[in-house]
Design a binder for this molecule. Structure first.
Ligand SMILES: Cc1ncc(COP(=O)(O)O)c(C=O)c1O
Length: 390
């Protein structure tokens, strides 16, 4: 059996066909494929507007600038997240406060968000950012209520959750921007769909998409976009080259068609793992907090007490690696990273989550014998160390 990676892209002939067609077309960037990908993405998520970007980090950077985040503005971010949201708001000069997370799910909760405000004696925040860790869009409605109360912006870092739903009954897809001002996505190869590198910003607000569009392309404004030989432009703001190219968009279009199938396959892997781990009550698993919520199953995170097993997480990971099983850590808490560790408060939920959690392989094409091998190897290792310590 080959090495089992913790995450992987799923590429088939239709993707290759779509990209090949693009490569022999007239446009390699800023052409019809971008417009089509954005339109299809809006339709899928249920958002009014979508803006394709070079990657998810760029989408977050543009999101923070579009809401007018500036130097010394306060922002609250979850301690457990990929570093992009922290680094992008840091780059703008905002004051970052990290909120603690639930020790099993690794997610900021309405309670830990409010505690962060209180402990840090923050009177006003410009924005807070949620992150649907592992693909679970928890607490979106409650976060929306807090946003309304605090009169601030809510940005969703939805990079894990494309294809997930806030409500199955109401068909509310992550990224519909009913609860958040802006939602951002990444198309890195391990995500729900891929464009190699790539990202998307979605919103329902016209003023935000107009600002975001300027920021994506050097602050450059052209009046009559549909007019041919339209040479006249004005620079209206600072900006970047955060554009996605046509090759990426052509892959995105064909991947998006298969998104629901991919999520079904990920869900199948999750169901199999859950049934294999069911008998072992020392293994906690991340699962949907209610029946109406739908996870995108970007990650399958298990959680058990390494300390009581008397094995370090690193040793455990190395042992699985020797069995040709790749696992990952999502994430080291951002508040203990050297760049951000001035934070006064210890975040016990984030610490415990980090100590005990492990992301195990999940992706659409993971085979049943691979799922069995991963689960059985983990169970055997834990039982071996449990016995050793008795
Ligand atoms: C939660 C989260 N936010 C942001 C990003 C950044 O996306 P990208 O790698 O496309 O820049 C990632 C990607 O790894 C992510 O997982």
């Amino acid at each position: 059996m080959n090495y089992i990676r913790y995450g992987s892209q799923t590429i088939d002939k239709s993707d290759i066909k779509s990209v090949s067609k693009c490569l022999t077309s007239n446009f390699l960037t800023t052409g019809p494929e971008i417009i089509k990908f954005e339109k299809n993405f809006s339709k899928y998520t249920g958002s009014k507007y979508a803006l394709a970007c070079s990657n998810g980090t760029a989408a977050l950077h543009i999101a923070f600038l579009s809401i007018g985040l500036k130097k010394n503005d306060n922002v609250i971010l979850p301690a457990i997240n990929f570093i992009a949201a922290a680094n992008m708001s840091n780059l703008i000069g905002a004051k970052i406060f990290f909120a603690d997370v639930d020790e099993i799910s690794g997610q900021m909760t309405p309670k830990t968000l409010l505690e962060c405000l209180k402990k840090n004696k923050i009177k006003k925040i410009k924005a807070f950012c949620t992150m649907h860790h592992g693909g679970m869009p928890n607490n979106a409605r409650e976060f929306y209520k807090i946003k309304k109360k605090l009169k601030c912006y809510l940005i969703e870092d939805s990079c894990h959750a494309l294809g997930g739903m806030y409500s199955k009954k109401k068909k509310e897809y992550v990224g519909n921007c009913k609860y958040a001002d802006i939602s951002t996505f990444s198309f890195h190869p391990v995500k729900s769909i891929t464009t190699g590198e790539g990202g998307m910003l979605v919103t329902n607000k016209k003023n935000l998409i107009e600002r975001a569009r300027l920021l994506r392309n050097h602050g450059m404004y052209k009046k009559n976009l549909k007019q041919k030989n339209n040479w006249f432009y004005q620079i209206k703001s600072i900006g970047f080259n955060y554009r996605m190219n046509e090759i990426q968009a052509s892959l995105g279009i064909s991947q998006l068609k298969k998104l629901n199938k991919f999520i079904k396959q990920r869900n199948y892997v999750a169901i199999k793992y859950k049934s294999l781990f069911k008998m072992y009550d020392f293994i906690n698993q991340l699962s949907e907090s209610n029946n109406d919520l739908k996870s995108a199953w970007h990650l399958f995170i298990i959680n058990f007490n390494f300390k009581s097993l008397k094995i370090s997480k690193d040793e455990f990971i190395q042992k699985l690696h020797k069995k040709k099983i790749g696992v990952q850590v999502h994430y080291i808490p951002n508040n203990i990273q050297p760049l951000y560790s001035k934070n006064k408060f210890k975040l016990t939920g984030a610490r415990k989550y980090f100590e005990n959690s492990l992301s195990i392989p999940i992706y659409p094409n993971l085979k049943i014998n691979e799922i069995n091998k991963v689960a059985n190897s983990i169970i055997k290792l834990i039982i071996k160390y449990k016995k050793k310590n008795h």
